[in-house]
Every structure is written in structure tokens, then in C-alpha cells.
Ligand binder design. Structure first.
Ligand code: ZN
Length: 190
């Protein structure tokens, strides 16, 4: 199967800011989409990618992240639910909590996230699974799950970071519909 790198929508595109719809049937179209999403995520490169980011309002995301111990966490989450532990109190750490998003490319802002998450989802083979996550993987799940509800991480930032993000987005003339970038073709400065 030929895989394709898909254009990634940039903040301001309506599909990123609206709740996505459940996947009704895992057919060839969905299997193809998942393959293309892996290809796109790998080319970006990124550790997670949600269907709305490639323009499709579907409740589906992929992730591929290798932890500090070299263990790879890779999977497809179709129609997921996510349970999270209460988020820690206090200010986010500038280094430890610095998060990014392929739909706000080249920018990073610190955000406090819950440290534990339980993902329940269907894989591309149609099987249901459950996955407990801690730390950065829990963060990836929260970030990608938010995409399915039309929420970007920049929407969740605390005041100071929020201001910086709004400024950066305005400076790059984002925040309006119709913008995308394609990994391997468009090179965005970090
Ligand atoms: Zn994102």
C-alpha cells in the first residue's frame, strides 16, 4: 500500500476547533487514513497525530513515542475514552512540561497535565484495548484526545503562557482558516 504524507492543518482551521464524530466502521478508507497518518507523523516528525489535524473530523488518533528506557509506545486509538488523574497544582515547569503541537508548528509552551491516564480504544483491527500511561505518554494521550474535542493545548495554557502563545500565533498570521503545512515539503522555522 502506498502511503502518503498528508497536509497538517494549522490552528485557525475550523476542523481543529470543533468536536469530531465517532468512526462508524473501520473500512479500507479508515485503514488507509491510519497508514497515512503514521507516515505523516513520522515525517513531521511528531509523537502523536489526530484525524482533525489532517482535516478529518473523526475520533481517531495515532501515537508513536519511544521512552527514556528505549521502549516504544505505538498505537492507534479509534473512538477512545480517557480517564485521567487530577492534574497537579501549581505552575508548569518550563522544561519538564514544555509541550508542542504539529498544528502550532515550531512553538512550545509549558502546560500542566495529569500524570496518569487510562486510555480505552479500538485498534485498527477492530479490537478493543486498554492502556495505562504515566508521564509523557499520559501527556500524549491527553493532548491527542483533546484534539478530538476540538481543543488545542494552547487553549489550556495558563495566563502568561497563553499570552505568549496568542502573540506567537498572531505573529505567524495563523488563527485564521485555510492554512496547512506538509512535512518534507514545507519547512517551518522552529
Ligand atoms: Zn496537537
Amino acid at each position: 500500500m502506498d502511503m502518503a504524507v498528508l497536509p497538517i492543518r494549522i490552528t485557525g482551521e475550523p476542523v481543529l476547533h470543533e468536536p469530531a464524530q465517532p468512526v462508524e466502521r473501520i473500512d479500507d478508507r479508515i485503514r488507509r487514513l491510519v497508514e497515512d497518518m503514521y507516515e505523516t507523523m513520522s515525517a513531521a516528525p511528531g509523537v502523536g497525530l489526530a484525524a482533525p489535524q489532517v482535516g478529518l473530523p473523526l475520533r481517531l488518533f495515532v501515537f508513536d513515542w519511544t521512552d527514556e528506557d528505549g521502549q516504544r509506545h505505538k498505537g492507534t486509538a479509534i473512538n477512545p475514552t480517557l480517564l485521567i488523574s487530577p492534574p497537579p497544582l501549581g505552575e508548569p515547569d518550563e522544561d519538564e512540561d514544555s509541550e508542542g503541537c504539529l498544528s502550532v508548528p515550531g512553538e512550545r509552551f509549558a502546560l500542566t497535565r495529569s500524570t496518569r491516564a487510562l486510555l480505552r480504544a479500538t485498534n485498527v483491527g477492530g479490537g478493543d484495548y486498554e492502556r495505562e500511561a504515566e508521564g509523557w505518554l499520559a501527556r500524549i494521550f491527553q493532548h491527542e484526545f483533546d484534539h478530538l474535542d476540538g481543543i488545542l493545548y494552547v487553549d489550556r495554557l495558563a495566563h502568561t503562557e497563553q499570552k505568549a502563545a496568542t502573540k506567537a500565533i498572531r505573529k505567524r498570521s495563523w488563527g485564521v482558516p485555510g492554512q496547512s503545512w506538509t512535512p518534507g515539503i514545507d519547512h517551518l522555522e522552529g
